[in-house]
Design a protein around this ligand. Structure first.
Ligand code: C2O
Ligand code: CU
Ligand code: CU
Length: 489
């Protein structure tokens, strides 16, 4: 296979930047063996209106590429089980915490109750403790690609970086569109890992928590460079989740456009053609790809992206030794995430013209401002701040009224990009630096780059109680860039 050499060169070039310690491990992942398959999920689907399963968080020895690593898993595997429901379904998850730390589960992007044993990020589930999560997906829930992961403040980045992340799919009208229904469907969970020579997850003491921890083993569904095949002349539907705690992915497929059909919160009005797709931590996208090129192998690439913070940390030297690159991809080498090829031809299929109805939210009753920055805290060092405050669990940072609409103006006055995430209700981006946004889409995580002002519009619907908003670079969240949001009745 001639391609291996090229890939080897590219991968090696990437790994060698700022990497001493992990270089060997990384090279072990490159071999001339056939590429692994991308389709490796355990899947649990609801039946007769109920999704019920046992889910255990535990440390387990798993293969990441050719590396054996002791990672944090749901039910022993990377990737975690993929859960699939329909609007109106009931969900019952019998959860056991077999980790050595407390944890809990957040259902990222789902619009479900935030109190009790539902999407309650304030639950504190001790080691050995069992909790049954129980909730119902509303009848009018949008179909889309959602996910679940731990959310106990102070442990989130570490537990996610250990591997704990799974897809939570709501199937509905988007899935019924004939062209989409007939497309080959693949799920891509993007995760990066850093593993030491004993197969242990690299200790946070060796990582740049300021810019957010990154690992240099980059995986799709726990595989290094898996193969994705779909029928020539047909359509491939990729449902992509960035489940990395800090790494941004700027995706491109050689010789192919993406036809984006969904963002975080569900489908778009109509597909939009893009050459590349930026996914910040926490974000999801769905795209269609046409099999209309010569039948050969195409690389799904992660292109370089600079998310800032370089100057502040004194350059690569500070963490280069552990291979935790600062600010991502300072080198200009694309990385290979997966290899796409065609199977013998299928029926030909075209991109749909119309998707689902997304209507603009009504004018807001309230406008608020949130300033994202960082500062020094005399006792703990670096702190990440929203409106000058680091997170405190005993404070309510923002109070809103249920069934009202608000505009939030988010201003990033710091030196790093921050993807801001709000729990429970999806929002629409209204403008960026005063320029109206033209894509009408449901999101739950929005990138606010250094120096930018982004205005979003959000309706607080149906559910009252306390939840949170935060930067989805999870070290920033754990270091204070989070607020408690009280939705009052
Ligand atoms: Cu995936 Cu609070 O977030
Ligand atoms: Cu969330
Ligand atoms: Cu941040």
């Amino acid at each position: 296979m001639v391609k291996i050499n090229r890939r080897q060169l590219i991968l090696f070039g990437t790994a060698s930047v700022g990497t001493i310690f992990f270089t060997n491990k990384f090279n072990q992942n490159i071999s001339s063996q056939p590429l692994p398959s991308s389709n490796v999920f355990d899947v649990y689907k609801s039946s007769n209106g109920l999704l019920e399963l046992d889910l255990e968080a535990k440390e387990n020895l798993v293969n990441i590429g050719n590396t054996k690593a002791s990672l944090l898993t749901y039910n022993g595997k990377i990737p975690a089980p993929r859960l699939e429901v329909k609007p109106g379904d009931k969900v019952r998850i019998h959860f056991t915490n077999s980790l050595s730390q407390p944890t809990n589960i957040h259902y990222h992007g789902l619009h479900i109750p935030i109190q009790g044993n539902a999407d309650n990020v304030f639950l504190h589930i001790k080691p050995k403790e069992k909790v049954t999560y129980q909730f119902q997906i509303p009848n009018n829930h949008l179909s889309g690609t959602f996910w679940y992961h731990p959310h106990l403040h102070g442990f989130v980045a570490e537990q996610l970086f250990g591997g704990l992340a799974g897809l939570f799919i709501v199937r509905g009208d988007l899935d019924e569109i004939p062209e989409i229904k007939s497309a080959k469907e693949e799920f891509l969970v993007l995760q990066d890992f850093a593993v030491d020579s004993n197969g242990r997850v690299a200790n946070s003491a060796h990582m740049s928590l300021m810019t957010g921890r990154e690992g240099n083993i980059i995986t799709v569904n726990g595989q290094v460079n898996p193969r994705i095949s779909f029928p020539e002349t047909g359509l491939l539907r990729l449902r992509i989740l960035n489940a990395s705690p800090s790494r941004f992915y700027r995706l491109a497929l050689e010789n192919h456009s993406f036809y984006q059909i969904a963002t975080d919160g569900g489908g778009l009005n109509k597909p939009i053609e893009v050459k590349e797709l930026l996914l910040t931590p926490g974000q999801r996208a769905e795209v269609l790809i046409k099999g209309n090129q010569p039948a050969k192998e195409y690389r799904l690439l992660n292109l370089p992206y600079n998310r800032g913070g370089m100057g502040m940390m004194g350059g690569v030297g500070m963490m280069g030794g552990m291979g935790m690159r600062n600010g991502d991809s300072r080198d200009n080498t694309p990385m290979v995430l997966a290899t796409v090829n065609y199977e013998s031809s299928g029926q030909s299929s075209s991109i749909p013209n119309e998707l689902v109805a997304v209507s603009p939210l009504p004018e807001p009753q309230t406008v608020r401002t949130f300033e994202l920055n960082h500062g020094m805290n005399p006792s703990v060092g670096m702190a990440f701040l929203i409106n000058g405050l680091a997170y405190r669990s005993d404070r309510i940072h923002t109070q809103v009224r249920v069934n009202t609409v608000e505009d939030w103006e988010i201003i990033n006055t710091g030196v790093m990009d921050h993807p801001l995430h709000i729990h429970n209700n999806a929002f629409q981006v209204i403008s960026r630096n005063g320029k109206p946004e033209d894509l009408l889409a449901w999101r739950d995580t929005v990138l606010v780059k250094t120096g930018e002002t982004v205005r979003i519009r959000i309706a607080f619907r149906d559910f009252v109680g306390k939840t949170v908003y935060h930067c989805h670079i999870l070290d920033h969240e754990d270091l204070g860039m989070m607020g408690n949001l009280m939705i009052n009745g």
